[in-house]
Design a protein around this ligand. Structure first.
Ligand SMILES: [Ca+2]
Length: 538
């Protein structure tokens, strides 16, 4: 794929692309791989010429930056080749959590757990198609708690996954979702034609793509990456940044909880060309290891087809070095694009003198394998998929500028934010406040972080302790499909599964007992009952 140029005619083409997108506004996030640029009508506010003067609010604001599929591929996490100056600056004046784990390495289940404060076993939300209100109709979400305590709450972009997964009672007004094209102007006509063709095939009863064998509903008629020469605001992340700035002007004078859900670096890895230019292809190192660990149960590798949804990667087989480098560069370019949008927003926050009384939190909803183990995507219990960036920034934090290596979980975010804002604690929370770690990043963390991933009838329950990761996969009729044990001190890349080694039997038994203690025995589907009645009770 060649980089696209011809910015001179962009205005007309962009307009045509946008009109076409509006005509097919029925397309969903699922259609383009959660790339929800084609949602309903936007409610675009108008930028104001002068910042609103802050008045009287004593409660800290919360600016929650959620970045889709962002693994710690950031300068502040020591990632070679990352170009993320704005997030790095945020880390310099905040606390960077180096071992933050999501409870399910998949967009909606991960966000549901974090935003409800309970684990997937409690909400039974392990898959994208399920809404937590169906199982927990009266649970109080994180933004809902802020709203009910006098905050103005707003979501922009991908927060509760998409509008089908949204939770209107959490927000003071409807979620902002701009109808932007998922690809550049040159690619949009083929994409839209491809959508029509897919619709016709599905209407004719075709369930699987004859060429690739992929289910039709998963196919995206566009490439996995693209670098069109367009302005930042052509795409979703620029648009929501623009609207977030508008919201600061309109609502910045009252306590607010604003969640800004950036869509990149989720596939397709599409970003304006200038961000690709910051990542020379020759500087991209190939992933290592590039083969799966030994002795994996087949279910671990069953669901990793996300990148095969796109037109350039449908053929089976391993990616060659060139294609691998191109995809990694595109992921990094998409990340740099998001970093630039975050920079725009934070500059405005500073200009309006709101930084001093705003908690800024940056979080990735799941990690990502970028060719490690030969895999592209999340949907596993590997460190690559479960470990995410978490930065919490507030003026006056004792631990500012430091890295906290304590084990923390995404389910801890809810109690932390209400602890920082002195709000009442809902009874159902299953995490614990990280405020002690914000004040002293060397303080004791959890003994273990838990993650789960469900594929079909099999559930993988995983424990991350100080040194090890142990995972069990339970299939139908409680059958153990397999297990994984990694020594992350000796083998940080998870290249060697030790679970069948006789010398590790005692260690395996100990970790297995710990896992069974934390996950209940019925297929490991139920967590221990939540006992937390205070934010830091667990
Ligand atoms: Ca995600």
């Amino acid at each position: 794929m060649k980089l696209q140029g011809n910015a001179a005619v962009m205005g007309t083409i962009q307009q045509k692309a946008l009109e076409a997108v509006k005509r097919v506004g029925r397309l969903s996030l699922a259609t383009i791989g959660c790339g929800g640029a084609l949602l309903g009508a936007a409610r675009m506010g108008q930028a104001q010429s002068a910042p609103a003067a802050p008045e009287g609010a004593t409660q800290p604001n919360v600016l929650f930056l959620m970045v889709d599929d962002l693994r710690p591929e950031l300068g502040c996490y020591g990632a070679a080749g990352a170009h993320t100056p704005n997030i790095d600056a945020l880390a310099k004046s905040g606390v960077t959590f180096s071992r933050q784990y999501v409870q399910c390495a998949l967009c909606s289940p991960s966000r549901t757990s974090m935003l409800t404060g309970v684990r997937p076993a409690t909400s039974d939300v392990y898959v994208i198609g399920k809404h937590f209100r169906d199982t927990l109709p009266d649970i109080k979400t994180l933004p809902q708690t802020f709203k009910e305590n006098g905050y103005y709450t707003q979501a922009l972009g991908k927060v509760f996954h998409d509008l089908k997964h949204d939770d209107p009672r959490s927000w003071s007004e409807p979620t902002f979702t701009p109808p932007t094209p998922p690809y550049g102007p040159a690619t949009m006509p083929a994409f839209l034609a491809g959508m029509k063709k897919l619709d016709a095939q599905k209407a004719a009863g075709v369930q699987f793509d004859p060429a690739s064998g992929m289910p039709m509903f998963l196919l995206v008629p566009g490439p996995s990456w693209e670098a069109p020469d367009v302005a930042d605001d052509y795409f979703w992340d620029g648009q929501i940044t623009k609207q977030a700035i508008n919201m600061l002007h309109e609502k910045g004078n009252k306590p607010f909880f604003m969640a800004v859900g950036y869509l990149k670096p989720h596939l397709p890895f599409v970003a304006p060309k200038k961000y690709f230019d910051m990542h020379p292809l020759a500087e991209i190192a190939l992933p290592s290891p590039d083969v799966p660990p030994n002795d994996l149960p087949p279910v671990v590798l069953a669901n990793l087809n996300e990148w095969r949804r796109y037109t350039d990667h449908r053929a089976p087989g391993k990616l060659d070095a060139q294609a691998t480098r191109e995809l990694i560069r595109a992921y990094r370019a998409s990340t740099t694009y998001v970093d630039a949008q975050i920079g725009r927003l934070l500059v405005e926050l500073d200009r309006m003198k709101l930084r001093e009384r705003t908690i800024i939190i940056l979080w990735g909803d799941n990690g990502y394998t970028l060719g490690e183990y030969g895999l592209w995507g999340k949907e596993t219990n590997f460190e690559c998929a479960t470990r995410v960036p978490l930065i919490i920034n507030q003026s006056g934090l004792a631990g500012a500028g430091k890295t906290c290596a304590a084990l923390t979980e995404a389910v801890d975010i809810y109690p932390t934010l209400i602890d920082m804002c002195h709000l009442p604690v809902p009874a159902a929370l299953e995490g614990r406040s990280m405020l002690p770690l914000l004040n002293d990043p060397t303080a004791q963390g959890k003994t273990a972080a838990r993650s789960s991933f469900k594929w079909g009838d099999a559930l993988g329950s995983s424990l991350r302790t100080e040194r090890y990761r142990y995972t069990e996969w339970i299939g139908p009729r409680q059958r153990l499909e397999g297990a994984e044990l990694y020594d992350l001190q000796a083998d940080p890349q998870q290249a060697h599964n030790l679970v069948n080694e006789a010398a590790q039997r005692d260690l395996k038994n100990k970790l297995q007992a710990q896992l069974h203690e934390l996950f209940a025995p019925q297929g490991l589907k139920k967590s221990k009952p939540a006992v937390a009645t205070k934010a830091n009770a667990q």
